[in-house]
Design a protein around this ligand. Structure first.
Ligand code: EPZ
Length: 425
């Protein structure tokens, strides 16, 4: 088992390259299932979620391999074994994104119910609803979904999501690309990772357009071709490094990220008094941690994009421990995503849980090193940020969660001047 040992206090400075977006590339890997032609992805992050999905796809019978540093070559000639094993789904829920493409292209697939995780129940009923609306038959037995399409394939449908769902929107959109006729998705998600997926699918020959407030229209086609696509920068990784700069009082420039995608986070930075320079033409964002004297407390509520992302919430909570006054966080997307606050309190933070979705954070409170454990990906980044600003040394366990979504985080932090080591324990 590995742990991070971090000694806090060093102001970070320099440039950091932001990797490709985890929540875009996983869906693009699934998109390659829709054609028998080769697909190439660039700017693919070196994270374990990509490795897990690559393994799952190769087990199904596809050919997915890494190439030249940040590349991925994919070809889905045939599905010898259309089955996603439980252990893969337990490691990574996003393997459920194979449902739509497998049904649309091969007409059948067996997938485990990915179940909930530390942040919430996370049902997949809306994914199933969308596939059934397109004519699929989905039976649930012994923890597995047995899904099959009609002999003449899926058909277009008008689907309205009662709740905005990112992967639900993506699964339905992927399936609709090869369905007969037109599919309309209403109350669809607007995340930039979805627009990047749409760009790749259109390069493959799909006919997709956003045609109004939260509406996506897909005109099904007979077949799709291969494509080359460069993945957008990861706004969630960028937010983490932005906070690392602000909380250590350092000056850090994030390269390879479109600041427009971080608008909701930068709006909070404006209210708090975090100084930054955004340069969309250069795909860079510079955080001037040395420039701010006092951070102001703020109230933040999470919402689907373009609102403040739920994935931003935990890392931001550390910064709020250093703001003057009482801040509140209202988590509206997941019912159990404030767990990390317990570990922050162990490090000296003044956080009161008002209920399962609201927390009050009072600051500024100096944080101190401690032994803490990570329960999920963003909570992991949060504890690393807390340790970077704490006096003394922290030991963090459960870091495999961080490796799921952050490429070489300790190497990037060391290059900015942090004292962090990965140890075998
Ligand atoms: C995606 O998860 C992201 N994961 C999550 O990022 C992110 O937190 C989430 O979107 C919200 O932005 C990936 O893209 C791989 P949802 P997803 O469906 O698609 C409910 C990270 O840290 N719901 O938009 O699974 C659900 O319970 C991860 O990178 C249903 O009720 O999230 C939640 O309350 C964590 N039924 C809400 O909708 C369904 O069938 C939004 O979830 C589907 C969802």
């Amino acid at each position: 088992m590995q742990k991070f040992v971090i000694t806090g206090g060093a102001p970070l400075s320099g440039h950091v390259r932001i990797a490709g977006a985890k929540n875009a590339v996983l869906k693009m890997m699934a998109a390659a299932v829709l054609t028998d032609e080769p697909c190439s992805l660039r700017n693919v992050p070196k994270i374990s979620d990509v490795a897990i999905l690559r393994e799952v796809m190769n087990d199904i019978g596809f050919d997915v391999r890494r190439s030249n540093g940040d590349g991925l070559e994919l070809q889905a000639r045939e599905a010898t074994w259309p089955f996603v094993p439980l252990e893969a789904a337990l490691k990574m829920r996003a393997s459920f994104i194979l449902l739509g493409p497998m049904l649309a292209r091969f007409g059948r697939v067996i997938l485990p119910n990915p179940g909930g995780d530390r942040i919430g129940r996370r049902p997949v009923d809306l994914h199933v609803m969308a596939m059934e609306a397109m004519g699929a038959t989905i039976a649930y037995r012994n923890g597995y979904y047995f899904a099959s399409a009609p002999p003449d394939g899926l058909k277009g449908a008008h689907i309205r999501f009662p709740t905005v769902t990112v992967m639900g929107t993506e699964n339905a959109m992927l399936a609709a690309t090869l369905a007969r006729g037109t599919t309309v998705l209403d109350n669809a998600a607007l995340e930039p990772e979805i627009d990047d997926l749409i760009a790749m699918l259109c390069a493959m020959g799909a006919e997709i357009e956003r045609s109004g407030e939260r509406r996506i229209e897909v005109q099904g086609v007979a077949r799709l071709g291969g494509a080359e696509h460069r993945v957008i920068g990861d706004r969630l990784e960028a937010e983490t490094f932005a906070i690392a700069a602000a909380i250590t009082g350092g000056d850090v420039t994030l390269d390879g990220i479109d600041p427009v995608h971080l608008a909701a986070f930068l709006e909070v930075c404006d209210r708090m008094g975090v100084q930054y320079e955004a340069d969309a033409s250069a795909s860079s964002l510079a955080i001037r941690g040395t420039a701010h004297t006092e951070l102001r407390a703020v109230d933040v509520r999470t919402d689907p994009y373009p609102g403040f992302a739920t994935d931003y919430q935990a890392p931001l909570s550390v910064l709020l421990t250093q703001a003057v006054g009482a801040s509140t966080i209202h988590e509206t997307i997941f019912e159990d995503r404030l767990d990390h606050t317990r570990e922050l309190v162990k490090m000296g933070a003044d956080i009161e849980l008002l209920d399962e979705r609201r927390a009050r954070i009072t600051g500024p409170t100096p944080l101190h090193g401690a032994e803490v454990g990570i329960a999920d990906l963003r909570a992991g980044a949060t504890l690393i940020l807390a340790a970077l600003t704490a006096t003394g040394t922290s030991v963090i366990s459960g870091i495999e969660h961080v490796d799921r979504g952050y490429e070489q985080i300790e190497a990037k932090l060391v290059a900015l001047g942090a004292q962090i080591n990965r140890i075998e324990a």
